[in-house]
Ligand binder design. Structure first.
Ligand SMILES: Cc1ncc(COP(=O)(O)O)c(C=O)c1O
Length: 486
């Protein structure tokens, strides 16, 4: 052997002493295997005979033989009449269990924005978090139970790649009534939320290196999807009419991501003139608009604004919808709606890329919509959120002592409060200690250092009784973290 006998036995004895649940044979096997992989036992070195090892370690010979045989079967040892010899293996480095090597990912992924934590539905002011405690859970349980009882194991196989047909039909009916979109089930693909819809758009409609436009400030998820797909992207500013774009731009994009009904996070409604101009531009440039309609079911003044997809025939638009805001985020059900011609072209790709799952949830959701529970839930949440928004505005007026400007109030579940020259990132980091999770406005800009500062306050999940005290704490944190203070 290349190591002294006593070192060899000490190594195995230590392993046997540290043994927890494993059998003696398994422990011996692992200790020898590790010593070979680490190079502690060199290739071609001969081990003592099994009888000697058994005597030294006070084990039965069968135990030792079984461990040596397993190592021989796996090619770590060669056994002949004289005993066992370590095989000549290619050099391998084994990291110690307590080291954490940094594994290099594809370099373009270093550009991904940091993920946002949304781990608790109860942290006050979390943007985009609905009032999950108002969701009719007993009814949902009954519907799930009903589909499982009626269809049983038939629902346990793979489903349609585009999602359950009954859900797609229900969504098509709902969209016609609420969003002015006339489509049929064949134009709809069920996704794992709007995020998967976005990823699918990049896979189906773009090539690496092509250009995508997005709103700046805007939704992190779009940036992540474009980066992951290897697209180049450009942020376009947002004014009172929505995304500002130059039709003279020399490099036309392939994808244009926009939230025209309620721009995230500023809340602007894209004007009809701008929508039509964008549609016309996209048509000419052979670009696709990805319309993120994440919270437009909640609109509190005027009539609902129809979606861009329904504005003109064959609009070059893929519409993304989600139930994360209207029902609950962990449902992870969203959908994309495509113009008929596009839907027909992408169908083979959808069948190749996706496997239908979550069938029971999708069936239960179809019943939830068809039986009128969805419309009722939406109406009651609309009332709740409208009231909460009014109360939050009042609390801000009363309690927020720094100069500020409130926007994003026509609908949705958040207000964006612009507050100049604050360290909004530091405020939101500290706010977690007080069970609050507002978002920093600057973090929604491609370059936070050049963006406006302020707080995005979600009120969907926050009871009005906590508004005044929460804002008083935020006031304090703003003062405490003022740049240049101290
Ligand atoms: C602007 C915006 N769009 C879309 C979504 C929807 O995401 P998903 O359906 O994947 O939950 C969110 C969720 O936070 C969002 O803030």
């Amino acid at each position: 052997m290349n190591i002294p006998d006593d070192a060899f036995y000490a190594l195995l004895t230590q392993a046997l002493q540290r043994r927890a649940e494993e059998t003696l044979q398994r422990t011996l096997y692992h200790a020898l295997r590790q010593a070979i992989l680490k190079g502690t036992l060199h290739p071609q070195c001969r081990l003592p005979g099994s009888r000697t090892i058994a005597q030294q370690l006070h084990l039965s010979r069968n135990t030792v033989n079984a461990a040596l045989e397993q190592l021989t079967t796996e090619g770590f040892l060669l056994r002949d009449r004289q005993g066992s010899q370590v095989a000549a293996l290619p050099q391998a480095t084994v990291s110690s269990p307590d080291s954490h090597p940094v594994i290099g990912l594809s370099p373009h992924l270093n550009l991904l924005p940091p993920g946002t934590r949304r781990d608790s539905p109860t942290l006050a002011f979390t943007p985009g978090m609905p009032a999950v405690n108002y969701f009719p859970l007993p009814l949902w349980r009954r519907l799930l139970d009903r589909v499982l009882r009626e269809e049983g194991s038939m629902l346990l196989g793979y489903g349609d790649s585009a999602g359950e047909p009954s859900l797609r039909v229900a969504i098509a009916r709902h969209l016609a009534l609420s969003r002015g979109i006339n489509c049929d089930a064949s134009q709809i693909v069920i996704t794992e939320g709007a995020r998967e819809g976005l990823n699918l758009c990049t896979q189906l409609l773009s090539e690496r290196g092509q250009l995508a436009w997005l709103e700046d400030p805007g939704y992190f998820g779009a940036r992540s999807a474009f980066i992951a797909a290897g697209l180049a992207f450009r942020g376009l500013p947002v004014d009172e009419e929505g995304m500002c774009f130059q039709t003279m731009d020399v490099s036309a994009p392939r994808l244009i991501f926009a939230s025209p009904s309620h721009q995230f996070p500023l809340g602007t409604l894209m004007s009809a003139t701008r929508r039509l101009a964008l549609l016309e531009f996209a048509r000419k440039a052979k670009a696709w608009i990805i319309e993120d309609d994440y919270d437009s079911e909640f609109r509190y003044s005027g009539v609902p604004i129809p979606a861009m997809l329904g504005m003109v025939p064959d609009a070059p638009v893929v519409y993304l919808g989600t139930f994360s805001k209207t029902l609950f985020p962990s449902l992870r059900i969203g959908f994309m709606v495509m113009p008929k011609a596009l839907a027909a072209s992408v169908q083979p790709a959808i069948e190749s890329l996706l496997r239908g799952g979550h069938r029971a949830e999708q069936r239960a959701l179809a019943l939830f919509i068809e039986e009128g529970h969805y419309a009722r839930h939406l109406a009651s949440m609309r009332r709740l959120y409208r009231k909460r928004q009014t109360q939050l505005r009042a609390a801000l007026k009363e309690e927020l002592t720094v100069p500020h400007q409130v926007s994003a109030g026509e609908g949705g579940m958040h207000l964006t409060v612009k507050i100049a020259e604050i360290d909004d990132g530091a405020v939101v980091d500290l706010a977690r200690q007080y069970q609050m999770a507002p978002a920093a406005l600057s973090r929604f800009y491609l370059d936070p250092a050049c963006g406006e500062t302020g707080l995005v306050l979600g009120y969907g999940n926050t009871s009005a009784s906590g508004f005044a005290s929460g804002i008083r704490v935020l006031n304090r944190l703003i003062a405490q973290t003022r740049p240049g203070r101290g």
